[in-house]
Design a binder for this molecule. Structure first.
Ligand code: AMP
Ligand code: GLY
Length: 427
Protein backbone atom coordinates (compact mmCIF):
# COMPACT_ATOMS: atom_id res chain seq x y z
CA UNK A 1 0.00 0.00 0.00
CA UNK A 2 0.99 3.60 -0.49
CA UNK A 3 0.58 5.50 2.75
CA UNK A 4 0.47 9.21 3.52
CA UNK A 5 1.08 10.15 7.16
CA UNK A 6 0.21 13.70 8.19
CA UNK A 7 2.12 15.47 10.97
CA UNK A 8 5.63 16.34 12.08
CA UNK A 9 6.09 15.37 15.73
CA UNK A 10 7.60 12.56 17.75
CA UNK A 11 4.28 10.78 17.44
CA UNK A 12 4.54 10.80 13.66
CA UNK A 13 8.15 9.60 13.71
CA UNK A 14 7.06 6.67 15.89
CA UNK A 15 4.13 5.88 13.56
CA UNK A 16 6.39 6.14 10.49
CA UNK A 17 8.99 3.89 12.14
CA UNK A 18 6.36 1.24 12.92
CA UNK A 19 4.72 1.49 9.48
CA UNK A 20 8.09 1.12 7.79
CA UNK A 21 8.36 -2.39 9.27
CA UNK A 22 5.16 -3.54 7.55
CA UNK A 23 5.27 -6.09 4.76
CA UNK A 24 2.15 -4.41 3.31
CA UNK A 25 3.93 -1.07 2.81
CA UNK A 26 4.95 -0.04 -0.69
CA UNK A 27 5.66 3.66 -0.29
CA UNK A 28 5.51 5.91 2.76
CA UNK A 29 5.03 9.66 2.49
CA UNK A 30 5.17 11.95 5.52
CA UNK A 31 3.79 15.47 5.34
CA UNK A 32 5.57 17.55 6.37
CA UNK A 33 7.63 15.15 8.55
CA UNK A 34 10.81 15.99 10.43
CA UNK A 35 14.51 15.15 10.55
CA UNK A 36 13.72 11.63 11.75
CA UNK A 37 11.05 10.65 9.25
CA UNK A 38 13.18 11.60 6.23
CA UNK A 39 15.03 8.30 6.15
CA UNK A 40 11.79 6.31 6.41
CA UNK A 41 9.90 7.74 3.46
CA UNK A 42 9.35 10.69 1.17
CA UNK A 43 8.98 14.02 2.94
CA UNK A 44 6.11 15.87 1.30
CA UNK A 45 6.11 19.62 1.52
CA UNK A 46 2.42 19.82 2.42
CA UNK A 47 0.41 21.58 5.09
CA UNK A 48 -2.02 19.04 6.63
CA UNK A 49 -4.54 21.88 7.00
CA UNK A 50 -4.55 22.55 3.26
CA UNK A 51 -7.02 19.82 2.29
CA UNK A 52 -6.99 20.58 -1.43
CA UNK A 53 -3.23 20.15 -1.63
CA UNK A 54 -3.49 16.94 0.39
CA UNK A 55 -6.12 15.67 -2.05
CA UNK A 56 -3.94 16.54 -5.05
CA UNK A 57 -0.97 14.79 -3.46
CA UNK A 58 -3.06 11.68 -2.82
CA UNK A 59 -4.11 11.50 -6.46
CA UNK A 60 -0.67 12.18 -7.85
CA UNK A 61 1.02 9.56 -5.68
CA UNK A 62 -1.75 6.95 -5.75
CA UNK A 63 -2.08 6.94 -1.98
CA UNK A 64 -4.26 4.12 -0.61
CA UNK A 65 -4.40 5.12 3.04
CA UNK A 66 -3.98 8.36 4.99
CA UNK A 67 -3.06 8.44 8.67
CA UNK A 68 -3.87 11.74 10.36
CA UNK A 69 -1.51 12.28 13.30
CA UNK A 70 -2.56 15.60 14.91
CA UNK A 71 -6.01 16.79 15.96
CA UNK A 72 -6.32 20.09 14.09
CA UNK A 73 -6.98 18.63 10.60
CA UNK A 74 -9.47 16.13 12.09
CA UNK A 75 -11.37 18.77 14.02
CA UNK A 76 -11.42 20.85 10.84
CA UNK A 77 -12.91 17.98 8.84
CA UNK A 78 -10.12 16.42 6.77
CA UNK A 79 -11.75 12.97 6.95
CA UNK A 80 -15.08 14.38 5.73
CA UNK A 81 -13.31 16.29 2.96
CA UNK A 82 -11.36 13.28 1.67
CA UNK A 83 -14.13 10.72 2.02
CA UNK A 84 -16.82 12.90 0.51
CA UNK A 85 -14.64 13.99 -2.37
CA UNK A 86 -15.59 11.95 -5.42
CA UNK A 87 -12.12 12.30 -6.84
CA UNK A 88 -10.11 10.27 -4.36
CA UNK A 89 -10.67 6.76 -3.17
CA UNK A 90 -8.62 6.62 -0.03
CA UNK A 91 -8.88 5.03 3.41
CA UNK A 92 -8.60 7.48 6.28
CA UNK A 93 -7.37 6.64 9.79
CA UNK A 94 -8.96 9.41 11.86
CA UNK A 95 -12.54 10.36 12.65
CA UNK A 96 -14.79 12.76 10.82
CA UNK A 97 -15.49 16.19 12.25
CA UNK A 98 -18.56 15.03 14.20
CA UNK A 99 -16.51 12.48 16.15
CA UNK A 100 -13.44 14.70 16.46
CA UNK A 101 -15.69 17.15 18.34
CA UNK A 102 -15.06 14.99 21.42
CA UNK A 103 -11.67 16.74 21.42
CA UNK A 104 -12.63 19.90 19.54
CA UNK A 105 -15.25 21.06 22.04
CA UNK A 106 -14.98 20.55 25.80
CA UNK A 107 -18.66 21.44 26.14
CA UNK A 108 -19.69 18.84 23.57
CA UNK A 109 -17.55 16.23 25.33
CA UNK A 110 -19.04 17.03 28.74
CA UNK A 111 -22.61 16.97 27.41
CA UNK A 112 -21.89 13.68 25.63
CA UNK A 113 -20.57 12.13 28.86
CA UNK A 114 -23.60 13.43 30.74
CA UNK A 115 -25.98 11.89 28.16
CA UNK A 116 -24.28 8.50 28.49
CA UNK A 117 -23.64 8.53 32.26
CA UNK A 118 -19.89 8.42 31.79
CA UNK A 119 -18.05 9.43 34.97
CA UNK A 120 -16.42 12.86 34.76
CA UNK A 121 -16.06 15.93 36.98
CA UNK A 122 -19.25 17.93 37.64
CA UNK A 123 -19.29 20.99 35.40
CA UNK A 124 -21.02 24.06 34.08
CA UNK A 125 -20.55 25.59 30.63
CA UNK A 126 -20.91 29.24 29.78
CA UNK A 127 -20.71 31.46 26.70
CA UNK A 128 -19.61 35.08 26.37
CA UNK A 129 -23.01 36.44 27.40
CA UNK A 130 -22.93 34.51 30.68
CA UNK A 131 -19.99 35.89 32.64
CA UNK A 132 -22.09 36.58 35.74
CA UNK A 133 -23.55 33.09 35.74
CA UNK A 134 -20.07 31.66 35.31
CA UNK A 135 -18.78 33.66 38.28
CA UNK A 136 -21.71 32.49 40.47
CA UNK A 137 -20.99 28.89 39.43
CA UNK A 138 -17.57 29.27 41.06
CA UNK A 139 -19.40 29.53 44.41
CA UNK A 140 -20.84 26.05 43.92
CA UNK A 141 -17.49 24.26 43.49
CA UNK A 142 -14.69 24.04 45.99
CA UNK A 143 -11.19 25.18 44.99
CA UNK A 144 -8.97 24.57 43.15
CA UNK A 145 -11.03 25.81 40.20
CA UNK A 146 -10.59 24.20 36.80
CA UNK A 147 -11.38 26.46 33.83
CA UNK A 148 -11.25 25.15 30.28
CA UNK A 149 -11.48 27.00 27.01
CA UNK A 150 -14.04 25.17 24.88
CA UNK A 151 -12.04 24.93 21.65
CA UNK A 152 -8.65 23.58 20.61
CA UNK A 153 -5.87 25.46 22.37
CA UNK A 154 -2.83 23.21 21.82
CA UNK A 155 -2.96 21.86 25.36
CA UNK A 156 -2.81 25.36 26.84
CA UNK A 157 -6.51 26.01 27.30
CA UNK A 158 -6.78 24.80 30.90
CA UNK A 159 -6.25 27.02 33.91
CA UNK A 160 -6.25 25.54 37.41
CA UNK A 161 -6.12 27.97 40.32
CA UNK A 162 -7.02 28.02 44.01
CA UNK A 163 -7.58 31.78 43.96
CA UNK A 164 -11.16 32.81 43.30
CA UNK A 165 -9.98 36.22 42.14
CA UNK A 166 -7.66 34.64 39.58
CA UNK A 167 -10.47 32.33 38.48
CA UNK A 168 -12.74 35.35 37.96
CA UNK A 169 -10.05 37.26 36.05
CA UNK A 170 -9.36 34.22 33.87
CA UNK A 171 -13.05 33.79 33.12
CA UNK A 172 -13.24 37.40 32.06
CA UNK A 173 -10.19 37.19 29.81
CA UNK A 174 -11.42 33.94 28.26
CA UNK A 175 -15.02 34.97 27.72
CA UNK A 176 -14.70 38.65 26.96
CA UNK A 177 -11.12 39.40 25.89
CA UNK A 178 -10.62 36.54 23.42
CA UNK A 179 -7.75 34.85 25.32
CA UNK A 180 -6.52 31.57 23.77
CA UNK A 181 -7.20 32.89 20.26
CA UNK A 182 -10.91 32.76 20.80
CA UNK A 183 -10.87 29.07 21.86
CA UNK A 184 -12.30 30.35 25.14
CA UNK A 185 -15.35 32.23 23.88
CA UNK A 186 -17.09 29.36 25.63
CA UNK A 187 -15.78 28.05 28.92
CA UNK A 188 -16.28 24.88 30.92
CA UNK A 189 -15.80 25.16 34.69
CA UNK A 190 -15.39 21.87 36.46
CA UNK A 191 -14.65 20.30 39.79
CA UNK A 192 -11.08 19.43 40.55
CA UNK A 193 -10.32 15.71 40.47
CA UNK A 194 -7.63 14.74 42.93
CA UNK A 195 -5.93 11.58 41.73
CA UNK A 196 -3.45 9.99 39.37
CA UNK A 197 -3.63 10.61 35.66
CA UNK A 198 -3.36 7.84 33.09
CA UNK A 199 -3.94 7.65 29.34
CA UNK A 200 -5.82 4.77 27.75
CA UNK A 201 -6.19 4.28 24.01
CA UNK A 202 -8.59 2.43 21.77
CA UNK A 203 -8.63 2.04 18.02
CA UNK A 204 -12.20 1.71 16.82
CA UNK A 205 -14.35 1.58 13.71
CA UNK A 206 -17.29 2.87 15.71
CA UNK A 207 -18.44 -0.58 16.85
CA UNK A 208 -15.52 -2.88 17.38
CA UNK A 209 -12.33 -1.82 19.07
CA UNK A 210 -8.94 -2.92 20.33
CA UNK A 211 -7.35 -1.52 23.46
CA UNK A 212 -3.77 -0.41 22.94
CA UNK A 213 -1.18 -0.37 25.75
CA UNK A 214 -1.81 2.36 28.32
CA UNK A 215 0.62 5.09 29.24
CA UNK A 216 1.33 7.81 31.75
CA UNK A 217 2.39 11.19 30.42
CA UNK A 218 4.50 13.67 32.45
CA UNK A 219 2.87 16.98 31.50
CA UNK A 220 4.59 19.48 33.75
CA UNK A 221 7.91 21.02 32.78
CA UNK A 222 9.84 20.41 35.98
CA UNK A 223 10.87 17.50 38.17
CA UNK A 224 8.32 16.52 40.79
CA UNK A 225 5.48 17.73 38.52
CA UNK A 226 6.29 21.40 38.98
CA UNK A 227 6.26 24.35 36.59
CA UNK A 228 4.01 25.02 33.62
CA UNK A 229 2.10 22.45 31.58
CA UNK A 230 3.79 21.32 28.38
CA UNK A 231 2.85 19.03 25.51
CA UNK A 232 4.47 16.26 27.58
CA UNK A 233 8.02 15.79 28.91
CA UNK A 234 8.07 12.01 29.08
CA UNK A 235 5.95 8.89 29.29
CA UNK A 236 5.98 5.33 30.51
CA UNK A 237 4.15 2.16 29.53
CA UNK A 238 2.87 0.01 31.20
CA UNK A 239 1.58 2.04 34.15
CA UNK A 240 1.98 0.19 37.46
CA UNK A 241 -1.02 1.79 39.20
CA UNK A 242 -3.30 0.84 36.33
CA UNK A 243 -4.45 -2.40 37.90
CA UNK A 244 -6.63 -5.00 36.23
CA UNK A 245 -9.52 -3.94 38.44
CA UNK A 246 -9.12 -0.30 37.36
CA UNK A 247 -8.83 -1.28 33.71
CA UNK A 248 -12.01 -3.31 33.96
CA UNK A 249 -13.84 -0.33 35.45
CA UNK A 250 -12.48 2.00 32.78
CA UNK A 251 -13.60 -0.43 30.10
CA UNK A 252 -17.12 -0.90 31.44
CA UNK A 253 -17.83 2.59 32.72
CA UNK A 254 -16.01 4.68 30.11
CA UNK A 255 -14.60 3.02 27.00
CA UNK A 256 -17.53 0.81 26.02
CA UNK A 257 -20.17 3.46 26.90
CA UNK A 258 -18.26 6.02 24.80
CA UNK A 259 -18.16 3.83 21.71
CA UNK A 260 -21.79 2.74 22.21
CA UNK A 261 -22.77 6.37 22.80
CA UNK A 262 -21.22 7.44 19.49
CA UNK A 263 -23.02 4.62 17.70
CA UNK A 264 -26.35 5.47 19.35
CA UNK A 265 -26.02 9.10 18.32
CA UNK A 266 -25.21 8.11 14.75
CA UNK A 267 -21.70 9.58 14.93
CA UNK A 268 -19.32 7.51 12.77
CA UNK A 269 -15.86 7.04 14.25
CA UNK A 270 -12.89 5.40 12.55
CA UNK A 271 -9.62 6.06 14.30
CA UNK A 272 -8.01 6.42 17.68
CA UNK A 273 -9.84 7.37 20.83
CA UNK A 274 -7.62 8.68 23.61
CA UNK A 275 -9.07 8.64 27.11
CA UNK A 276 -7.33 11.01 29.51
CA UNK A 277 -8.40 9.53 32.84
CA UNK A 278 -8.01 10.41 36.49
CA UNK A 279 -7.86 7.57 39.00
CA UNK A 280 -9.61 8.93 42.06
CA UNK A 281 -9.41 6.37 44.85
CA UNK A 282 -9.93 3.28 42.74
CA UNK A 283 -12.38 4.82 40.27
CA UNK A 284 -11.83 6.23 36.77
CA UNK A 285 -13.09 9.65 35.63
CA UNK A 286 -12.67 11.21 32.20
CA UNK A 287 -10.52 14.35 32.22
CA UNK A 288 -10.53 14.66 28.45
CA UNK A 289 -11.07 12.85 25.18
CA UNK A 290 -8.70 13.20 22.26
CA UNK A 291 -9.39 12.01 18.73
CA UNK A 292 -5.82 10.89 18.02
CA UNK A 293 -2.83 9.26 19.66
CA UNK A 294 -0.94 11.16 22.37
CA UNK A 295 2.49 12.66 22.07
CA UNK A 296 4.81 11.50 23.74
CA UNK A 297 2.59 8.51 24.68
CA UNK A 298 2.86 7.09 21.14
CA UNK A 299 6.63 6.87 21.56
CA UNK A 300 6.12 4.28 24.33
CA UNK A 301 2.96 2.60 23.03
CA UNK A 302 3.98 1.69 19.49
CA UNK A 303 7.31 0.08 20.46
CA UNK A 304 5.20 -2.24 22.65
CA UNK A 305 3.00 -3.39 19.77
CA UNK A 306 4.42 -6.45 18.10
CA UNK A 307 1.85 -6.90 15.34
CA UNK A 308 1.83 -5.10 12.00
CA UNK A 309 0.51 -1.51 12.32
CA UNK A 310 -0.40 -1.09 8.66
CA UNK A 311 -2.32 -4.36 8.78
CA UNK A 312 -4.17 -2.90 11.80
CA UNK A 313 -4.99 0.30 9.87
CA UNK A 314 -6.09 -1.65 6.80
CA UNK A 315 -8.30 -3.92 8.94
CA UNK A 316 -9.75 -0.85 10.68
CA UNK A 317 -10.77 0.75 7.38
CA UNK A 318 -12.03 -2.49 5.79
CA UNK A 319 -14.45 -3.57 8.53
CA UNK A 320 -12.10 -6.36 9.62
CA UNK A 321 -10.98 -4.99 12.96
CA UNK A 322 -12.24 -7.95 14.99
CA UNK A 323 -10.21 -10.35 12.88
CA UNK A 324 -6.99 -8.50 13.59
CA UNK A 325 -4.78 -10.06 16.24
CA UNK A 326 -3.19 -7.29 18.30
CA UNK A 327 -0.07 -8.60 19.99
CA UNK A 328 1.45 -6.55 22.80
CA UNK A 329 4.99 -6.92 24.06
CA UNK A 330 5.27 -7.41 27.84
CA UNK A 331 8.53 -5.50 27.88
CA UNK A 332 8.32 -1.94 29.18
CA UNK A 333 9.06 1.36 27.47
CA UNK A 334 9.90 4.79 28.83
CA UNK A 335 10.54 8.01 26.97
CA UNK A 336 12.35 11.17 28.04
CA UNK A 337 11.76 14.34 26.03
CA UNK A 338 14.77 16.51 25.30
CA UNK A 339 13.65 20.12 24.88
CA UNK A 340 15.06 23.48 23.83
CA UNK A 341 15.97 26.12 26.40
CA UNK A 342 12.94 28.38 26.87
CA UNK A 343 10.28 25.76 26.04
CA UNK A 344 7.26 25.95 26.54
CA UNK A 345 7.90 29.68 26.03
CA UNK A 346 9.96 31.12 23.14
CA UNK A 347 13.13 29.24 22.14
CA UNK A 348 15.86 29.45 19.51
CA UNK A 349 16.09 27.03 16.61
CA UNK A 350 18.93 25.75 14.44
CA UNK A 351 21.22 24.25 17.10
CA UNK A 352 23.19 21.26 15.93
CA UNK A 353 22.32 18.01 17.72
CA UNK A 354 25.25 15.72 18.51
CA UNK A 355 24.86 12.00 19.13
CA UNK A 356 27.58 9.84 20.76
CA UNK A 357 29.05 7.13 18.57
CA UNK A 358 27.97 4.37 20.95
CA UNK A 359 24.32 5.46 21.13
CA UNK A 360 23.19 2.45 19.08
CA UNK A 361 24.38 0.11 21.84
CA UNK A 362 21.51 1.24 24.09
CA UNK A 363 18.27 -0.76 23.99
CA UNK A 364 15.81 1.83 22.71
CA UNK A 365 14.74 4.17 19.92
CA UNK A 366 15.38 7.82 19.20
CA UNK A 367 12.26 9.54 17.94
CA UNK A 368 12.63 13.00 16.44
CA UNK A 369 10.08 15.73 17.13
CA UNK A 370 11.25 19.30 16.37
CA UNK A 371 14.24 18.51 14.18
CA UNK A 372 15.29 19.04 10.59
CA UNK A 373 18.15 17.79 8.49
CA UNK A 374 20.49 20.18 6.78
CA UNK A 375 23.56 18.95 4.87
CA UNK A 376 23.82 15.74 6.89
CA UNK A 377 23.49 17.67 10.15
CA UNK A 378 20.50 17.35 12.47
CA UNK A 379 19.31 20.73 13.71
CA UNK A 380 16.76 21.75 16.34
CA UNK A 381 13.56 23.08 14.84
CA UNK A 382 11.09 23.38 17.71
CA UNK A 383 10.48 23.18 21.45
CA UNK A 384 10.36 19.47 22.03
CA UNK A 385 13.28 18.06 20.04
CA UNK A 386 13.68 14.33 20.68
CA UNK A 387 11.79 11.59 22.52
CA UNK A 388 14.39 9.15 23.85
CA UNK A 389 12.66 5.83 24.31
CA UNK A 390 14.34 3.15 26.39
CA UNK A 391 13.25 -0.48 26.47
CA UNK A 392 13.65 -3.03 29.23
CA UNK A 393 12.26 -6.15 30.79
CA UNK A 394 10.71 -3.91 33.42
CA UNK A 395 10.12 -0.19 33.82
CA UNK A 396 13.24 0.30 35.88
CA UNK A 397 15.41 -1.00 33.08
CA UNK A 398 13.46 0.96 30.44
CA UNK A 399 13.86 4.21 32.40
CA UNK A 400 17.56 3.52 32.87
CA UNK A 401 17.95 3.06 29.13
CA UNK A 402 16.06 6.30 28.39
CA UNK A 403 18.52 8.17 30.55
CA UNK A 404 21.45 6.29 29.00
CA UNK A 405 20.25 7.67 25.64
CA UNK A 406 19.82 11.10 27.22
CA UNK A 407 23.49 11.11 28.26
CA UNK A 408 24.48 10.44 24.67
CA UNK A 409 22.72 13.40 23.05
CA UNK A 410 23.61 17.04 23.33
CA UNK A 411 22.83 20.44 21.87
CA UNK A 412 23.22 23.95 23.16
CA UNK A 413 20.61 24.72 25.83
CA UNK A 414 19.04 21.25 25.87
CA UNK A 415 17.21 20.06 28.96
CA UNK A 416 14.98 17.23 30.13
CA UNK A 417 13.24 16.14 33.29
CA UNK A 418 15.40 13.89 35.43
CA UNK A 419 12.58 12.01 37.17
CA UNK A 420 10.54 10.34 34.43
CA UNK A 421 9.16 7.06 35.78
CA UNK A 422 10.47 7.61 39.29
CA UNK A 423 7.01 7.85 40.92
CA UNK A 424 5.91 4.68 39.15
CA UNK A 425 8.94 2.78 40.38
CA UNK A 426 8.31 3.47 44.07
CA UNK A 427 4.60 2.65 43.86
P1 AMP B 1 -7.14 18.81 29.47
O1 AMP B 1 -6.68 19.69 28.35
O2 AMP B 1 -8.62 18.77 29.67
O3 AMP B 1 -6.53 17.45 29.40
O4 AMP B 1 -6.46 19.36 30.79
C1 AMP B 1 -5.06 19.53 30.89
C2 AMP B 1 -4.58 19.02 32.21
O5 AMP B 1 -5.21 19.71 33.29
C3 AMP B 1 -4.95 17.55 32.45
O6 AMP B 1 -4.03 16.71 31.86
C4 AMP B 1 -4.95 17.48 33.95
O7 AMP B 1 -3.64 17.33 34.43
C5 AMP B 1 -5.47 18.82 34.36
N1 AMP B 1 -6.93 18.76 34.59
C6 AMP B 1 -7.90 18.96 33.68
N2 AMP B 1 -9.11 18.81 34.23
C7 AMP B 1 -8.91 18.52 35.54
C8 AMP B 1 -9.76 18.27 36.64
N3 AMP B 1 -11.09 18.33 36.53
N4 AMP B 1 -9.19 17.99 37.82
C9 AMP B 1 -7.86 17.96 37.96
N5 AMP B 1 -6.99 18.21 36.97
C10 AMP B 1 -7.51 18.48 35.76
N1 GLY C 1 0.49 14.05 25.74
C1 GLY C 1 -0.81 14.57 25.75
C2 GLY C 1 -1.42 14.74 24.44
O1 GLY C 1 -0.94 14.26 23.43
O2 GLY C 1 -2.46 15.37 24.38
Amino acid sequence: MNVLLLGNGGREHAIAWKLSQSSLLRTLHVAPGNGGTRSLGTSADLDPMDFQSVERYIRKNQIDLVVVGPEAPLVNGIADYLEDSKKVNVKVVGPRKAGALLEGSKRFAKEFMHRHSIPTARYGSFNNTQLEKAVSFLDTVSPPYVLKADGLAAGKGVVITSSKQEAKDTLKSMLLDGAFDGAGSEVVIEEYLDGKEVSMFAITDGRRFHLLPSAKDYKRLGDGDTGPNTGGMGAISPVPFLTEEFQEKALNQIIIPTIKGLEKEGIPYVGFLFFGLMKVGSDPFVVEYNCRLGDPETEVILPRIKSDLLHLFDSLCSGLLSEYDLVVDDRAASTVVLASEGYPGPYEKGKEIKFSDDIDTIDGHIFHAGTRENRKKTLTNGGRILALTGRGNDLKEAVKNSYALRERVNFEGCFSRTDIGRDALVD
